[in-house]
Design a protein around this ligand. Structure first.
Ligand code: CP3
Length: 337
C-alpha cells in the first residue's frame, strides 16, 4: 500500500509521508508559465490537460508522497450558478448572496456537468502518477465556501456571514443544505474517478462564534463524511478545521474524518484525537519563506515530537506565494531523511 494511505489508516511509518497544502501554484515558475495558456483561473481549473500538468509539477520537482488535485474550492459555487471571477492581486470575486432571492437563483441541476472536467483531471493524474504517490481530491467545507458566497470575496471579517448565522438561521441552513448535497456529490464523483483520499478544507472555521460551531462546521461536515462513506466506505477523509482551537478534539470525534490537519497555531503533539484519527501538520508556512536553519530546526522538532506515532507531515496552512522553491526541496529532503 502507498505510504500516505498507510499513514491515513493509522500506521506509524519509519518516516512520515509528506505533502503540502497549495503545493501547486504561483510560487512555481512552471505554473506561472502554464497559467498564461488559459484565459482565466476558472478556465485553467476546468481544463483537464492543463490541470493534470499543474497537479504533477510539484511531484516531479520535489517528490512528495501525495498529489493534490489542481482545482479550487470555489468551483462548487461556480457550478451552482454563482458568478465567479479571480481578479489579479485581489483574489476571488463573487456576486454575493444575502437573501432568499439570491439563494433561489442557484441550482445544482447542472453542477455535475459543469464539474465533469475535474473528473477528467482526476483520471488523467491517476494514470500519470508514480505508483507510490497518492492522489488527494478535495472540496471546501460548507462554512468556508459559504463565507465567499455570502461576502462575495475573501479577506473579510465575515460580518455578513455572522449576521446571517445569528439573525437568519433558516436562510443559513438552506445554504448549508445546498452545499452539503452538492459537495458530497462532487467528492463522490472524485472518488469514482480515482481519487484515493479526500480532504475537506474549512480554512475559516476559526471565524465561527463558539456556540454555533456545531451548526456551521461540525454538523455539515459530518453529513458530507456520512454521504461519502455510504458510497466509498474505505476512502480516507482528512478534515482541516483551521483555527478551530478548543473545538479540534470534538471536530475529530464527531465529524467521522480519518485525519485532522492541525494548524500552526496549535501544539500538534499535545492535541488529543480519538483513537484511529491521524494528525497531519503543522509547520508554519512562513518558515518555508525563511528557509535555512530555522526551517530545518522546526521540521526536526516536529518529526521528533511525533516519532513513533501515525502522522503526516504538512504545513499549518498553504504554501505562500513568494516561497523560494529551493526551500521546499530542502524540506522534503529533511523529512525523507
Ligand atoms: O496545491 C494546490 O494548489 C491545489 C489546488 C488548490 C487551489 N486552491 C489552487 C489555487 C487548492 C487545494 C485550493 C483550495 C482553496 N482555494 C482554499 C482552501 C485552502 C486554503 O488555502 O485555505 C481556499 C480558501 C481557496 C480560495 C481561493 N482560491 C483564494 C482565496 C484564491 C486567491 C488568493 C490565493 O491565495 O491565491 C484562490 C485562487 C487560487 N487557487 C490560486 C491557485 C493556484 C491562484 C490563482 C492564480 O493562479 O491566479
Amino acid at each position: 500500500m502507498k505510504p500516505l494511505l498507510k499513514a491515513l489508516r493509522g500506521e506509524a511509518l519509519p518516516r512520515p509521508p509528506i505533502w503540502l497544502m497549495r503545493q501547486a501554484g504561483r510560487y512555481l515558475p512552471e505554473y506561472r508559465a502554464l497559467r498564461t495558456k488559459a484565459k482565466s483561473f476558472v478556465d485553467l481549473a476546468l481544463n483537464p490537460e492543463l490541470a493534470v500538468e499543474v497537479t504533477l509539477q510539484p511531484i516531479r520537482r520535489f517528490g512528495m508522497d501525495g498529489a493534490i488535485l489542481f482545482a479550487d474550492i470555489l468551483l462548487v459555487p461556480h457550478a451552482l450558478g454563482q458568478k465567479l471571477e479571480f481578479l489579479a492581486g485581489e483574489g476571488p470575486q463573487l456576486e454575493p448572496i444575502r437573501d432568499a432571492a439570491g439563494l433561489a437563483k442557484l441550482s445544482d441541476a447542472r453542477a455535475a456537468d459543469i464539474l465533469a472536467p475535474v473528473m477528467q483531471t482526476v483520471k488523467g493524474v491517476r494514470a500519470a502518477l508514480p505508483p507510490e504517490v497518492t492522489l488527494i481530491g478535495f472540496a471546501g467545507a460548507p462554512w468556508t465556501v459559504a463565507t465567499y458566497m455570502i461576502e462575495g470575496r475573501g479577506k473579510t471579517e465575515y460580518e455578513n456571514c455572522r449576521r446571517m448565522l445569528w439573525s437568519e438561521p433558516k436562510l443559513f441552513a438552506s445554504i448549508m443544505d445546498l452545499l452539503v448535497d452538492s459537495t458530497a456529490a462532487y467528492l463522490n464523483a472524485q472518488a469514482e474517478a480515482g481519487a484515493e483520499a479526500l480532504k475537506i478544507f474549512d480554512s475559516w472555521a476559526g471565524a465561527v462564534p463558539a456556540p454555533l460551531f456545531d451548526v456551521a462546521v461540525i454538523a455539515p461536515t459530518a453529513r458530507i463524511v456520512k454521504a461519502v462513506k455510504a458510497k466509498h466506505p474505505n476512502i480516507p477523509i482528512i478534515g482541516l478545521p483551521r483555527g478551530a482551537g478548543s473545538h479540534v478534539a470534538r471536530y475529530a470525534a464527531e465529524t467521522g474524518v480519518d485525519a485532522v490537519a492541525i494548524d500552526h497555531m496549535t501544539d500538534m503533539a499535545s492535541v488529543i484525537l480519538p483513537p484511529g484519527v491521524v494528525p497531519q501538520g503543522n509547520l508554519d508556512p512562513m518558515l518555508l519563506m525563511v528557509g535555512g536553519a530555522p526551517m530545518e530546526a522546526e521540521a526536526r522538532r516536529i518529526l521528533a515530537s511525533m516519532k513513533g506515532r501515525p502522522f503526516i507531515f504538512n504545513l499549518g496552512h498553504g504554501v505562500l506565494q513568494h516561497t523560494p522553491p529551493e526551500h521546499i526541496a530542502r524540506l522534503v529532503e529533511v523529512v525523507k531523511g
